[in-house]
Design a protein around this ligand. Structure first.
Ligand code: HEM
Length: 263
């Protein structure tokens, strides 16, 4: 379920054929290794192969929307770019990159938010019981899940000039990895950061900040609140029957298995 909802949401929005969802989801899983902290050679090879397949899929998608434009985001981006850019190839390239970025950013991260949310709330049954009686706090619970275990742990930047952050000197053109999990557990910013507390009203960095702030944050929050509202109503006896299994990754968290029973 955690993997279905994000794929269906982004797939339906971009109007990607349902028959392609399974393949696209698996390519998104494989592609993510390029953004890992210390990927192995075999992970990079897997990622490169997935990237090539995704590139040709989204290039073809742009050409298909050129041939038969509709009322979908890709067709609308093409219309917008055609007004800005006289070179059609350049416009196609820009729209292809945008469609690929939006697709890659969505399913993996949101699936992790949804499965972490279910795991953390079932692990804290008293808080879950309180939430059932105070459903107006569902958005706070989602923010605390995002803070406590961010789906994405690494945000990278290249220094445009020599600079100093805190007491660390960073030379121009050096890449800096910002560790989101550490920032979200900074005791200078959060009281008792290791305690999961859905009432804390967390202001986290899981969607980044500044001009690159996550474009899909409202969609991810909507998916999480839709799932949580439905689970509270339809599965009151849900509980975990075996601890979650995590993929061995640092940058992008992923729960590969979470066994639950409804009693
Ligand atoms: C829980 C789910 C999600 C998380 C944790 C997440 C996290 C992030 C983060 C950390 C960034 C900033 C990267 C940076 O600063 O370098 C980002 C950017 C972005 N996200 Fe998300 N994201 C999520 C869901 C989504 C969804 C559902 C979409 C698409 C509908 C999306 C689209 C984007 C795009 C297009 C950007 C690039 C924005 C820019 O560079 O201006 N994200 N996301």
């Amino acid at each position: 379920m955690s993997e279905e909802l994000p794929m269906c949401s982004i797939g339906e929005w971009l109007q990607l054929p349902v028959a392609d969802h399974g393949l696209l989801r698996s390519l998104a899983h494989d592609q993510v290794f390029t953004q890992e902290l210390l990927p192995s050679a075999s992970q990079l090879a897997l990622s490169d192969a997935a990237t090539m397949q995704l590139e040709s899929y989204f290039r073809e998608l742009v050409q298909e929307r050129r041939r038969s434009p509709g009322d979908d985001p890709v067709s609308n981006w093409l219309r917008t770019w055609d007004e800005l850019e006289r070179d059609r190839e350049a416009a196609d390239e820009a729209v292809y990159l945008l469609a690929l970025l939006v697709f890659l950013a969505a399913p993996e991260t949101t699936a992790t938010l949804l499965s972490s949310m279910v795991w953390l709330l079932l692990e804290h049954p008293r808080q879950l019981g309180w939430l059932r009686a105070h459903q107006e706090h569902i958005p706070d619970a989602i923010e605390e899940v995002l803070r406590y275990d961010s789906p994405n742990h690494i945000i990278s930047r290249v220094a445009p000039e020599d600079c100093t952050i805190g007491d660390v000197r960073i030379e121009q053109d050096r890449m800096v990895h910002l560790m989101v999990g550490a920032a979200n557990h900074d005791p200078a910013h959060f009281a008792d950061p290791e305690i999961f507390d859905i009432r804390r009203k967390a202001s986290h960095l899981s969607f980044s900040g500044g001009i690159h702030y996550c474009l899909g944050a409202p969609l991810a929050r909507l998916e999480a609140s839709t799932l949580l509202t439905a689970l509270l109503r339809r599965m009151p006896g849900l509980r975990v029957s075996a601890p979650p299994v995590y993929a061995p990754r640092v940058g992008f968290r992923r729960i590969t298995e979470l066994q639950v029973v409804e009693s």
